[in-house]
Each structure stands twice: as structure tokens, then as C-alpha cells.
Design a protein around this ligand. Structure first.
Ligand code: FES
Ligand SMILES: [Fe+2]
Length: 378
């Protein structure tokens, strides 16, 4: 089963950090091949419109905002938050078909999630959560690196952390990571893969030694939770050797880091790699924050370099019947590929027949542009 390139539709994807959307600027992002123009209205609501003007397809992200309306930068067609054109130059009548799609959004945990697919199926309660990313009890550093590689390669990479030992040696990799067997569980129904690796007596890599102050040998746990297709969570625990959490869940000796990635396909061969590191220790320490930011960014860029290389190789070999050889460490990645393939196949199925003939612009009508711009989820 090859790394997927097709997109699973009818899914939520992270389009941006909430802090990237707002002010005078309109943010351009392409998610699952769909160009989006993201902005915020004066009442604080994030909006994502299709980034192509109906007039001559100029990107709306090149336009300007006026009282929460988006004015095309080419000839001034003006759109409201539902994507309806409310003004065209030189005439009072606005053609009835002058509208662009407005995408359902859900703003949660610091992310702006966009629904790619049939707007009638968007359900914000299905967005996977990472509550510590917006919790004042945690300190978060984060970034986003664009990848010139298909998203499936990043899924593979993150579900098999044995690569830390080799690709990230001297940063987060130590010999024990690759040497310690994993346990894998797949919840195919809910689209979740869990991979755990508990190292009870391991070298402490600089990433954790310099941020926690623990030196020498440590107990290091990695518990991955991948919510296909987009959200990857790594619950990381570092503690002195022999220390385990109490039966009541208390863990005073443990240093906890919640590492998250949002894996957002942009085109078939490019990906947004959103990364975040949240910690419950040294929370006020700016030095630790800047260290973790720089260090993690370096680690992410090591992956970016490797995956960009792998994309070139994969693309060159696309027409040939090349085989991979999978072993035990790949159990999580293979489970993720299976789940993604099923999601992709399901999203290719035709939508159920609508009960009534849609009226243009009816909120939530399948395939009708101008659907409601936000699924309330604040
Ligand atoms: S292309 Fe947008 S107004 Fe002409
Ligand atoms: Fe990596």
C-alpha cells in the first residue's frame, strides 16, 4: 500500500493558526488543492472564501478588506462573509450567480480548522481536540514549515519515531528510541492510530536535558495519538529512572511535553507542517521557550530536508513497480495508510440525494456556493 497522495474529503484540516488570521491582511492558503482567502470580520469571526474572484479569477487574497467585506484587488467586485457578491463596478445590478464558496470553519485550540468537502456534512463536534495548546496552564512554542512533499510522507515520518535515532541524533534521538519495541493500536472506525514506546532507562537527549535540567539516564515515554487525517499528538513524559505516575494519575516527578503536528495537504506534493510544543514545566522561563522553539524548528527542518528528498525519489519512481519493505517499526504508519485509504475511498462516494431541489445560496445545501461561513465552535 503506497503513501497516499489523494485527499480525504469531508474532513477538517488546519488552515492556519488563529493568530495568522486578522488585521488588514488576507491570508492565502491552499488546502487539499482548494485555494482559500482567510480573513477576520470586525466582530472577530474568521472567514474562508474560495480564493478566486468570479469575474476574472483574480485571487481574492490580493484584495482589501472594507467593513468586513472583501474587495477584489483587480476590478473591485465586493464579497460578504457568505461569499455573496454585493457590489460590482459600473452597474447597480449584481448578477445572481456572482458568489464564491464560503467554507465552514471551526476555531479551536488556537487553530483555524476548515472543512474540505460537502458543507452540509460539516460537524464541528468532530474536530479532534488538543486543549493544552490554548490552556494557560501550558506554555507553547510553535511554527509552520512548508514541505515540498506529499502529506503521506509526513504521516509516515511521525508515526515511526525510530528515525529520531538517526535523523535527529544529537537533538532528540538516542540509541534507545530505535532499539525499544513499540505497541500499536488502530481504531479504524474513529480513524485513530496509537503508537507507544516506553523507554525505562534511556539516555536523555539535549532537547529534554537542557529544558528540564535532568541529566544522565531517564525514563522516557512516547505515546502517539494520530487522528487521521490531520492531527498528530505526541504525549511525551520524561522522569528520573524508576519514577512512575501515581495510581491517581498524579506525576510530580514527570516533565510533560505535549507535541502536536497538524499535517495539512496543500497540493498533491506539498504540505503545511504545523508544529507545536507545549510544556508543563519551566513555564515562565523565556530561555527554555526560545531554546525549545529553535531546537524543535531545527528538528522539523531535518525532517523537511529528508522528506523533500524522499518526495523527489518517490516522484521519479512513480511509474515503476518499486517495492517497499516494511518491518515492525512500520505498524503505526501502515495502520495510518489503511485508515487514510478508507477515508479517501469514502469521500469519493457520491453524496446522498438531497431531499429537495436546492435553492441557490440556501445555507448548507450541498455543492451550493455561499454556504454559512462558520460552524459555531468558539
Ligand atoms: S477579477 Fe475580481 S473584480 Fe475582476
Ligand atoms: Fe523527525
Amino acid at each position: 500500500m503506497p503513501v497516499p497522495t489523494a485527499f480525504a474529503r469531508d474532513q477538517w484540516y488546519v488552515a492556519a493558526y488563529g493568530s495568522e488570521v486578522g488585521g488588514e491582511e488576507v491570508l492565502a492558503r491552499t488546502v487539499c488543492g482548494e485555494p482559500l482567502a482567510l480573513y477576520r470580520t470586525p466582530d472577530g469571526q474568521a472567514v474562508a472564501l474560495a480564493d478566486r474572484c468570479v469575474h476574472r479569477r483574480y485571487p481574492l487574497s490580493e484584495g482589501t478588506l472594507e467593513d468586513g467585506r472583501l474587495v477584489c484587488g483587480y476590478h473591485g467586485f465586493t464579497y460578504d462573509r457568505a461569499g455573496t457578491c454585493v457590489s460590482v463596478p459600473g452597474q447597480t445590478r449584481v448578477p445572481r450567480t456572482a458568489r464564491v464558496a464560503s467554507y465552514p470553519l471551526a476555531e479551536l485550540d488556537g487553530f483555524v480548522w476548515v472543512w474540505i468537502g460537502d458543507p452540509a456534512r460539516a460537524d464541528a463536534s468532530a474536530v479532534p481536540r488538543a486543549p493544552w495548546l490554548a490552556d494557560p496552564g501550558w506554555t507553547v512554542v510553535r511554527g509552520m514549515e512548508p514541505l515540498a512533499a506529499r502529506y503521506g510522507l509526513l504521516v509516515d515520518n511521525l508515526l515511526d519515531l525510530s528515525h529520531e535515532t538517526f535523523l535527529h541524533a544529537g537533538y532528540i534521538g538516542t540509541p534507545e528510541v530505535a532499539a525499544t519495541p513499540i505497541t500499536t493500536e488502530a481504531d479504524e472506525e474513529r480513524g485513530i492510530v496509537r503508537v507507544s514506546r516506553h523507554m525505562d532507562d534511556a539516555e536523555c537527549p539535549p532537547f529534554y536535558a537542557d529544558s528540564t535540567g535532568l541529566k544522565g539516564r531517564v525514563s522516557r515515554w512516547q505515546d502517539i495519538e494520530y487522528h487521521a487525517p490531520c492531527l498528530y499528538l505526541l504525549h511525551s513524559r520524561i522522569a528520573p529512572v524508576g519514577s512512575v505516575p501515581g495510581a491517581d494519575g498524579s506525576d510530580p516527578d514527570g516533565f510533560h511535553t505535549e507535541i502536536a503536528y497538524a499535517i495539512t495537504p496543500s497540493t498533491e506534493t506539498t504540505t503545511y507542517d504545523f508544529w507545536l510544543v507545549a510544556r508543563d514545566f519551566a513555564r515562565e522561563d523565556e530561555g527554555v521557550s526560545s531554546f525549545l522553539h529553535e531546537f524543535n524548528r531545527t528538528v522539523v527542518l531535518q525532517d523537511v530536508t529528508a522528506l523533500d528528498i524522499l518526495e523527489r525519489v518517490t516522484a521519479e519512481e512513480e511509474d515503476r513497480q518499486v517495492q517497499e519493505l516494511s518491518v515492525g517499526i512500520d505498524a503505526g504508519g501502515l495502520a495510518a495508510r489503511r485508515i487514510l485509504e478508507r477515508m479517501i475511498a469514502r469521500s469519493a462516494e457520491p453524496a446522498p440525494e438531497p431531499a429537495a431541489v436546492p435553492t441557490p445560496g440556501t445555507p448548507g445545501t450541498p455543492g451550493t456556493p455561499g454556504t454559512p461561513e462558520a460552524v459555531a465552535a468558539r
